[in-house]
Ligand binder design. Structure first.
Ligand code: SF4
Ligand code: SF4
Ligand code: SF4
Length: 287
């Protein structure tokens, strides 16, 4: 199987995560998995026709748009890897200000005429081309990438993860009696209790499982890098109200108070709230 690995606007962390898969990576590379194009691995300028394209990053420049259209036209199967590619991701934070302001604020010392032409916003790739599989995460865990790719390479549908991170976290959820929320550095967390039950803002209850919950298991709040679950994507789009209810239930803090606390930190949703993700296109294909 011939494979293209393509990087659009991104930090290259998703391909690095793939490289971190160790023996599992060697196993997949020793099978029918021939990487013929990748800025990371292969010095080839023309995009070849392939069976599988793996794309990290989203579309922020006109060059990204041109490249993703060409990659799609030359691939039988296209996989969006990482939440920049699947939903817009951290790079969508630039969407909160205009391109003009963005350039003035961030690039004022540079000659802007030498920068690539920008799209009006950062977009996930599904806004331009059809995507066969989405593997969200920032970055997706190496084992998740390799297991998913192994299934795709052998012609099977990869296992879908439809529940929430809380199901992979060993912490005990209780209805505590608290009077305020806390930042993760404000106090030491109990290693056994749900972080929300302790007043920390953990997004595990909104977020798609599949990562193994490494953050809450290590005592750090989940920031939602796997994106919203199917139920939040397709039944209720109001992630904010859902989170407010969860926090209120697990802390006994009234919903209005929780809203005030969350209002002070809107960027807790940064991995997907600013994205222009077209939900209807992703049905049944998010891994
Ligand atoms: S999803 Fe995260 S790790 Fe992957 S390219 Fe985007 S910012 Fe980097
Ligand atoms: S909210 Fe966070 S800490 Fe609590 S159970 Fe879910 S993932 Fe674990
Ligand atoms: S626990 Fe949350 S932030 Fe951490 S890897 Fe999983 S989805 Fe991402």
């Amino acid at each position: 199987m011939k494979v293209n690995i393509v990087s659009l606007t991104c930090c290259a962390g998703c391909v690095s995560s793939f490289l971190n898969a160790g023996d599992a990576l060697l196993e997949i590379l020793s099978q029918d998995f021939d990487i013929v194009y990748s800025p990371t691995f292969v010095d080839l300028k023309e995009v070849p026709q392939v069976d599988l394209a793996i794309v990290e990053g989203g579309v922020r420049t006109e060059a990204d748009e041109k490249l993703i259209r060409e990659v799609r036209a030359k691939s039988r199967v296209l996989v969006a890897l990482g939440i920049c590619a699947t939903h817009g991701g951290v790079t969508s934070l630039g969407n909160i200000i205009s391109v003009k302001k963005l350039l003035e604020k961030e690039y004022f010392v540079l000659e802007t005429s030498k920068l690539p032409e920008l799209e009006d916003l950062m977009y996930p790739i599904c806004n331009f081309v059809d995507v066969d599989y989405y593997i969200p995460g920032c970055p997706p865990m190496p084992f998740l990438i390799v297991h998913s790719l192994k299934s795709i390479v052998s012609g099977k549908t990869p296992i879908r993860h439809q529940s929430v991170v809380c199901t992979e976290c060993n912490r005990k959820i209780i209805a505590a009696k608290l009077d305020r929320l806390y930042g993760i550095y404000d106090k030491e967390a109990d290693p056994n209790l749900c972080l929300v039950s302790q007043g920390f803002v953990c997004l595990g209850s909104l977020t798609r499982e599949g990562c193994g919950a490494p953050c809450p298991r290590a005592g750090f709040t989940c920031f939602g890098c796997r994106g919203p679950t199917d139920s939040l994507l397709y039944r209720s789009r109001d992630l904010y109200s859902f989170l407010v209810k969860v926090i209120s239930k697990r802390t006994s803090i009234p919903e209005e108070e929780v809203k005030k606390e969350l209002y002070r930190n809107p960027f807790i949703f940064h991995t997907f709230i600013f994205s222009k993700f077209e939900r209807f296109k992703a049905r049944e294909r998010i891994i």
